[in-house]
Design a protein around this ligand. Sequence first.
Ligand code: SF4
Length: 388
Amino acid sequence: MYTATSNNTTILSGWRKKLVFSIIWLGVFKKLLVTFKRPTLIFKAINHIREFRNKHSIYKTFPKIAVVDRRVFFNCNVNGWPSNYFYRSMLIESRKGLEMPISNLENIKMVQIAFTKKCPLNCEHCFEGPVLNKKDTLTLEQHKQIVKKLQDAGVSMIEFGGGDPMTRINDLVEILNSARKTADFWVYTSGFNFTEENARRLKKAGLTGVSIGLDHYLSEKHNAFRRNQKAFDWALEAAKNAKNAKLVITATICVTKEFCSMENLFNYVKFAQTIGASFVQILEPRAAGNYEGKDVLLNSQQIQIMKDFFIDVNTNPVHADLPIVDYPGYFQRKNKCAGAGNHYLYIDTDGYINSCPFCRNKKTFFLDENHEESIESLKTEGCDLPNI
Ligand code: SF4
């Protein structure tokens, strides 16, 4: 058993984590009982939920969980508990297991909205590089409609990216204020404009967490990558303000060939712990945006380092106090891509549906009626990483 507290976040493992999971399972059972009533259906639904969990966890469990502001989080891309909408994904999986009809949009668990083209940076790896700082085409009203349409379909995890959404802080606050409280909302930012006041405004309006782009634990390396001398200070200031506002913090890094060593990854996660991060999200560089046509993909040895690190840092009791590491590439190789209309959608800066920020297979405008067909074709096309 281990309990580690770093200011606003407590990482639980061992029996404390098991106790929390027992309570959550009890809640799942109650929901299933109310929804399906018949024991045979409930039994089948539970089996399907278990299968789903086994596919998306390490050794069929989540070794650590984070507690922030009296809510529990076991992945930075999954709803926190408790909340009325926490059980939604499980109910959707149950319905699938019971072969009940479900629309493509209902099946989506998380949506990332590229909220704006504006950003004061031009990072080495930016996937929006080609459109950065062009004129925004979506109005505030359209953004509200996008969020409403997602919430009408029950999507309960909505993330605002960009560009940097903090360049449109007033619009962001207005959208959060007008949205129903049926989703967790997150912001992806470099830390720009994430002042103490803005952090508090966002929290008050209903923001759950912030993913801060932090690409090195050394300021000079991060600033070089972000091509701005203030970038490291912004990121740290944002973390401090997010922590004080009781927001969940994820430190997100693009792990380049140059960075990818066990030593660097552990130094990074230890540094993330000092700034109050509950999660570290490790992403692989893709040849898109500013990296288009460049030889940036990690090789097989580097992927192996990422996998070994991911398993060790999350399961070894020696590291029980460190932030939880999320590595979407691990599950993308183990299962199939969770993006590409399967559980995740990307809505680009013009409001069009895509597989993800990297696989730009632009489909229809999200506010149009024919999104079901678009999602279907994303699912067919897929969006796979090289299987190494
Ligand atoms: S902060 Fe994000 S949107 Fe802005 S340039 Fe960097 S990667 Fe692109």
